[in-house]
Design a protein around this ligand. Structure first.
Ligand SMILES: Nc1ncnc2c1ncn2[C@@H]1O[C@H](COP(=O)(O)OP(=O)(O)OP(=O)(O)O)[C@@H](O)[C@H]1O
Ligand SMILES: [Mg+2]
Length: 603
């Protein structure tokens, strides 16, 4: 709960930097700049032609009240001087506008969708290549929902907001020009009211934006509660913590409600203020304008007066919408910044410089390795770890929970870089080995197997994407998984995961084993499940593991005495250091920490 609050504060502060990041979106638009430019031409055409509407409409409205034509300027050039011509000109204007707008919308959508496809792809590519540390720092659920909402925001902005903002600006600026052209006196009277509205709009807009941003962030926080509760639903139910979580969520949504209601209140004040000023100004201007049309030799013709009024109304509406559009643009800058920050993060390939692709036989050496998680710099998790596993040896790591066993496995996979010392495979430091090459020769069967939503076939083939049907079946057989898979009516095509059937712990483990068999790594890392299986599946899993460990170097985080006994070398970890090492017989004879460990584990 702490981190989102923290970076929310950071975000309000950053503004120059935000633009620096947000600007990078142009990199994605650039390939489509040609068509985008054409879109802009249509936007400019439609915006400027839109300016003629109040003029023509005013002239048409005014024509009914005047017999003589007092038209000058543009109107004369267009030679529109009777009621029918004004109407026809209006129809022509709308036809043109319809055409321009059609192309503008189509082209802007096109550019947006192309750009976003590239952004989406890049963002995912970045995410998937992020170092593990990144995933420790960011909650996955929060990350995905934030990326999704940022992309929506950007989509809306490129597709409509920018165009709309531009159109309103043209209306306001062009409108002012026409007002002065029609009557500078009346225009000045009108402008006396506009700056007041403008200042209030900007100040108000900023305030409202801040409120709604806070509410948005809080909404993201509250979603985390739902996600975490549902993902850990077994725990929630087992500990009957439903009420506690409901209470927590209720508090969060109440807070969001309060924030949004507060922001709604201010929005209401804002809207009514604008409306009041607008109508007040219109009445005032109408009053002054009507006075000007009176007399023998009026300052202003009735037609021009009507045009003036039409401009005022149109500009008023534009002015009202500008703060919202501006707020939306601001949001888009924030959203783009978020996304570009992710894209700008260094991914694994940039952090890991090694490019060597040596032949890997499977000799492992940890040489005075120390390690601290980047997240927790004050806790040294591994201290001066030195051990060596010859090719095809079985190494068992034992030790109490939190001793650092899984951390050793993570370091071997190069999920994190060591803080000190080095890890070598066949004498080559893993820092210098190409990351993909390294991981291709390593497989991990994790403690908790997580299957992807999809078929059993897909889940096994994850170990080798181009595996044939025969290879998959063979791997499943070796993993002792084939008997239960073939018993399913749909066999390998059985859906597992969220929308499919649920497999038992032992069944899932055997799928993970089949996956590793298919991958055929030189080095196998096995994080033995601590949860006991029933003796039947235990036997099946054990057999499968024994087969899997043949002809490769295995590092087994062992909990079962049977596995430990079979190891060529046992390493006993205590608080991140190696306290004892040797075979089962040697260590048992010592009667030291290994013996204590076995007693504690009741092995
Ligand atoms: N991602 C992480 N960020 C920060 N600290 C971590 C992280 N993962 C583990 N730790 C810490 O490192 C220490 C060693 O953890 P590790 O997971 O290696 O233990 P383990 O020996 O595998 O324990 P277990 O038998 O319970 O799986 C623990 O103190 C743990 O809190
Ligand atoms: Mg562990």
């Amino acid at each position: 709960m702490m981190s989102p609050r923290k970076d929310k504060k950071e975000k309000v502060k950053l503004s120059k930097e935000s633009f620096q990041y947000a600007k990078q979106i142009f990199r994605y638009i650039r390939p489509y700049r040609g068509i985008f430019l054409i879109g802009w031409i249509f936007l400019i055409l439609s915006s400027f032609s839109g300016l003629l509407f109040p003029l023509l409409m005013g002239q048409l409205l005014g024509s009914g009240t005047e017999s003589d034509s007092s038209m000058q300027g543009i109107m004369n050039k267009l030679s529109v001087d009777d009621i029918n011509s004004f109407a026809l000109a209006l129809f022509a204007l709308f036809a043109l506008q319809a055409l321009f707008s059609f192309f503008r919308v189509v082209i802007f959508t096109n550019v947006t969708e192309n750009t976003l496809r590239d952004v989406r792809k890049d963002a995912f590519e970045r995410l998937i290549y992020m170092p593990m540390d990144f995933f420790n720092r960011n909650k996955v659920g929060e990350l995905t929902s934030r990326v999704a909402s940022d992309i929506l925001q950007i989509q809306e902005t490129i597709r409509t907001t920018i165009a709309e903002f531009f159109r309103q600006l043209v209306i306001v600026i062009g409108g002012i020009a026409f007002l002065f052209y029609l009557s500078w006196k009346l225009a000045l009277i009108m402008l006396a009211t506009v700056p007041v509205m403008a200042i209030v709009a900007v100040v108000f807009g900023r305030f409202i934006r801040k409120l709604s941003k806070t509410a948005q962030d809080e909404a993201a926080n509250s979603n985390v509660i739902i996600e975490e509760s549902l993902m850990g639903i077994t725990n929630v139910k087992a500990f009957t913590n439903e009420k506690f979580l409901i209470g927590k969520y209720e508090k969060a949504v109440q807070y969001i409600r309060d924030l949004n209601i507060k922001s709604g209140l201010w929005r209401g004040v804002f809207v009514s203020f604008i409306i009041f000023c607008l109508f007040g100004a219109i009445v005032f201007i109408v009053w002054q304008g009507v006075l000007m049309t009176q007399g023998e030799n009026p300052e202003l013709s009735t037609r021009d007066f009507f045009s003036f009024i039409m401009y005022t109304i149109m500009m008023g509406a534009s002015f009202g919408s500008i703060p919202d559009l501006y707020a939306s643009l601001q949001k888009a800058v924030g959203a783009t910044e978020n996304l570009m920050r992710i894209i700008a993060e260094k991914h694994e390939r940039e952090l890991h410089a090694g490019t060597l692709k040596p032949v890997i036989n499977g000799e492992i050496e940890f040489d005075h390795v120390s390690f601290t998680y980047p997240q927790r710099p004050d806790v040294v998790v591994l201290k001066d770890i030195t051990f060596k596993a010859a090719q095809n040896q079985k190494i068992a790591l034992v030790g109490s929970s939190g001793a650092g066993k899984s951390t050793i496995a993570s370091l071997l996979m190069d999920f994190y870089a060591v803080s000190d010392g080095s890890i070598m495979i066949d004498g080559v430091s893993i820092k210098d080995i190409d990351l993909e090459h390294l991981r291709e020769h390593l497989s991990i069967v994790p403690q908790e197997v997580i299957l992807f939503a999809g078929t059993i076939r897909e889940n096994i083939a994850f170990g080798k994407l181009n595996a044939t049907e025969e290879e998959i079946i063979e791997a499943a057989e070796k993993a002792n998984a084939w008997s239960y898979i073939s018993a399913f009516p749909e066999g390998l095509d059985t859906q597992v995961g969220d929308r499919g059937i649920q497999l038992s712990g032992g069944q899932k483990q055997r799928i993970a084993i089949a996956r590793a068999i298919l991958n055929d790594p030189k080095i196998l890392i096995l994080d033995e499940a601590t949860s006991a299986l029933d003796s039947e599946s235990e036997k099946l899993v054990q057999e499968a593991l024994d087969k899997l460990m043949e002809n490769r170097t295995s590092v087994v985080i062992a909990h079962r005495l049977s596995t430990i006994k079979k190891a060529d070398q046992i390493i006993v970890l205590e608080n991140g250091t190696i306290s004892e090492r040797g075979t089962h017989e040697e260590l048992s004879a010592l009667n030291g920490s290994y013996t204590r460990f076995l007693q504690l584990q009741e092995l």
